[in-house]
Structure formats: structure tokens, C-alpha cells
Design a protein around this ligand. Structure first.
Ligand code: ADP
Length: 244
């Protein structure tokens, strides 16, 4: 007779007992969201996270968190970010390498704002090759004037991180977050002279990677992200990444 309070084995085999992984999901190629500042990489990443259930790896967010936690004390990281200059490759490569080793990145991940230099692209290709993982590059193509309008009008909630734009996506009450009621802030690097510097860094160091991806035979798709809503851009991306 089974003693009270003791749970008896029902005898029904579970996936685990049979030595199987329950519901294994297929791996997804690494998704590289590529484009100038203000092209909507962060917005598209968040939509992809929701649909695919894989994490967004944003080097900009990771670096900002680093600075906030005081982990970048004594380094030039904060000063460089404030000036719109790229942080050293070794710093960024190490952050990404550590992040990719986390268990939630096993099925797939979305790279937002990385790689941004040839050295970063080479390091990434090495990491992907070691993991036997393919990559798809989504290049968000945006008109220069649209970028300037987006970045100069950008406001962010300091509590929840929601992004607004004074003209294209204003909050219900000017200067106040719809969700948190907090006063919206302008990111340090969204000031005009810094925006110019960020665009220059993109033109000279990052844009040339398109050629590098082509040489390496990576799948690269240009997506016009100038005039359509984020949802419409996202629908185009969804179709492209499901292509065999
Ligand atoms: P944006 O794409 O709009 O410029 P991010 O949040 O991606 O904004 O980046 C903000 C800043 O963080 C950059 O101007 C740069 O200083 C630093 N940064 C982010 N990603 C990288 C990277 N991959 N390599 C070097 N610096 C980076």
C-alpha cells in the first residue's frame, strides 16, 4: 500500500525519462540588424523578439547598462558614447561573446548595433563558425533627412525605455510618458553635433561592412525603412527571414 503523502510514479513515460528533449525547437540563423543610427534597428528587434522568442543583443543597451552600473569606471566607454564615437572593438567583442554564451541564445539571437567595424565583423564570423550557425543580414535603408528628423525629435522614458518622437510618435501629453507618467528625456547622444558624429562613424566604419558580408557570402537583404510604419517594415522582414 502506498504510504500517505508519498507521490507514486504513475508509470507514464515523460519525454525526459525517454531521454528526449521535450518539443525541441529548430535553430534560427543569427539575425544581424544593420543600418545607420535612427534606422529603427531597436524597434524592429523588439518586434522580432516577440515573434521569434529569441533575445535581442544590443551592444548600445549593454554598454549603457555597463556605464549605469559603474562597471565602465576609469575607461573611456562613457566619454566615447557621449561623443558618438565607437567604443573599442575588444570591449564590445568581449561583451557579445559573454552574452552569446548565455543559455537563452542557444536557439537564436538578434544582433542590434553589432558588428560595426571590420574587426568586429571578423570576430563575429569566427564565433558563428565555431557554433556552426548561419547569419542573415537585414539592412535597413533610410533616407538621410528622415534619420536627422527621427533622431533630433527622439525622446525616451527614463523608467521604461519607451521611445517617442515629437512629430511621428508623440506621447498623449507633451513631454510625458504614456505608460509611466515620467518626464521624457533626450539621450545624451541625440544632440545635434553628436548625431553628426554618429552618422560619420557609420559612414566611415560601419557601412563598408556591406561589402564584407557580400564577400563572405552572407545572405543580405536591403529593406526600405524610410517611409513605412514600423509594422509594415516588420512584415517585410518576416517574409525575408523565413525564406529558405
Ligand atoms: P545608435 O545605433 O542609434 O547609434 P546605439 O545605442 O546602438 O545607438 O549605440 C550608442 C553608442 O554606443 C554608439 O554611438 C557607440 O559609442 C556605442 N556602441 C554601440 N554599439 C557599438 C559597437 N558595436 N561598437 C562600438 N561602439 C558601439
Amino acid at each position: 500500500m502506498a504510504r500517505e503523502g508519498r507521490v507514486e510514479n504513475s508509470g507514464v513515460p515523460t519525454g525526459r525519462e525517454a531521454g528526449q528533449i521535450p518539443n525541441p525547437k529548430p535553430q534560427i540563423p543569427a539575425l544581424i540588424l544593420f543600418g545607420p543610427p535612427g534606422s529603427g534597428k531597436g524597434t524592429q528587434s523588439k518586434l522580432l523578439v516577440k515573434t521569434l522568442g529569441i533575445p535581442q543583443i544590443s551592444t548600445g543597451d549593454m554598454l549603457r547598462e555597463h556605464v549605469r552600473k559603474g562597471l565602465a569606471a576609469g575607461t573611456k566607454v562613457e566619454a566615447k558614447m557621449k561623443a558618438g564615437i565607437l567604443v573599442k572593438d575588444e570591449v564590445v567583442n568581449r561583451l557579445v561573446e559573454e552574452r552569446l554564451a548565455q543559455p537563452d541564445a542557444v536557439r537564436g539571437f538578434i544582433l542590434d548595433g553589432y558588428p560595426r567595424t571590420r574587426a568586429q565583423a571578423e570576430t563575429l564570423c569566427g564565433m558563428l563558425a565555431a557554433k556552426g550557425r548561419d547569419a542573415v543580414v537585414i539592412h535597413l535603408v533610410v533616407d538621410y533627412n528622415v534619420i536627422i528628423a527621427r533622431l533630433t525629435g527622439r525622446r525616451q522614458c527614463p523608467v521604461c525605455g519607451t521611445l517617442y518622437n515629437e512629430t511621428s510618435k508623440p506621447p498623449k501629453v507633451t513631454g510625458v510618458c504614456d505608460l509611466e507618467g515620467a518626464a521624457l528625456i533626450i539621450r545624451d547622444d541625440d544632440r545635434e553635433e553628436v548625431i553628426r558624429q554618429r552618422l560619420e562613424a557609420y559612414e566611415s566604419q560601419t557601412r563598408p561592412l556591406i561589402e564584407y558580408f557580400r564577400e563572405k557570402g552572407k545572405r543580405l537583404y536591403d529593406v526600405d525603412a524610410s517611409h513605412e510604419t514600423p509594422e509594415a517594415v516588420f512584415r517585410k522582414i518576416e517574409v525575408l527571414i523565413r525564406k529558405p
